[in-house]
Design a protein around this ligand. Structure first.
Ligand code: 5GP
Length: 140
């Protein structure tokens, strides 16, 4: 699929739309999901034009995994859980709704996941900022 540079995450990367950021480096950005499936639901995206995982250039593999590990460790500390669920939907038929590659990280338990819905309800921004502050404080 051709990359649409007007997608929401492209606009966030260019600073045209706001996000609640938890971490950023030269190749990746991590921020709070606006319709979280669990408390602390965080997204990690590469700073490159890639729609699905299969479009990601090899130059960004390592950076994505380093950021996921860094943020995952912080989520474990901030939410006092060892259980972190990570998932990635590649392609519309797999349920991908935003056409810029993103990895979901959720501090969670299987019980919570069974009852939570994907991208279903907008969260209160103040609450999200509170979670982001906890995650940022727990980053190594
Ligand atoms: P997908 O369904 O494509 O795997 O996930 C897209 C995710 O992006 C969903 O979990 C949804 O809640 C989140 N999302 C959609 N629009 C925005 C937005 O404008 N800002 C943020 N931070 N998250 C968004």
């Amino acid at each position: 699929m051709a990359y649409d540079n007007q997608n929401i995450f492209a606009k966030i990367l260019r600073g045209e739309l706001p996000c609640i950021k938890v971490y950023e480096d030269d190749l990746t950005l991590a921020f709070m999901d606006i319709m979280p499936q669990t408390d602390g639901h965080t997204l990690v995206i590469p700073k490159v034009e890639a729609v699905t995982l299969f479009d990601l250039p090899a130059s960004h593999y390592e950076a994505c995994f380093i950021t996921m590990k860094k943020v995952g460790n912080a989520l474990q500390k901030a939410f006092s859980t060892e259980g972190i669920m990570m998932f990635q939907l590649s392609g519309e038929s797999a349920g991908q709704t935003v056409p810029h590659l993103h990895f979901h990280l959720l501090p969670t338990s299987i019980q919570t996941l069974r009852t939570s819905k994907h991208a279903a309800q907008m969260a209160d921004q103040t609450v999200l900022q509170g979670f982001a502050d906890r995650i940022i404080a727990a980053l190594d």
